[in-house]
Design a protein. Sequence first.
Length: 120
Amino acid sequence: MDAKTLILGNSRDAREIAEELLEKDGDVIVAMPVGIQHTGLFDDLHAEGKTGKLEILPVAGSFSCSGSVGRFSLTFNGDDKPVTRTVSSIVIADEVERKPNFSLYGVGASSGVASLSQVY
């Protein structure tokens, strides 16, 4: 695989996707908010056995994206100045926040009522 993939997010899912792509000789850019990139979640992905290249890209605020499948051009607000990258695919893998919505169905939390997030 010679394509470059952008992963937006710093979740465990983002890490697993990056690891799989790197093992298959894919180049990966992980874009995450400035200050969050030092959580250590992606540290061991630079280890031996990974044939693809990993870039952790700290971004501040918004970004622009143009193009179509196979060739996207993105411009991020970096630490000091805009940063431009070209990728063939984009994955959004942010943290999942699950909240029961009992009130939507007119029920309340009890031992007889469970949300799907509690079941899975």
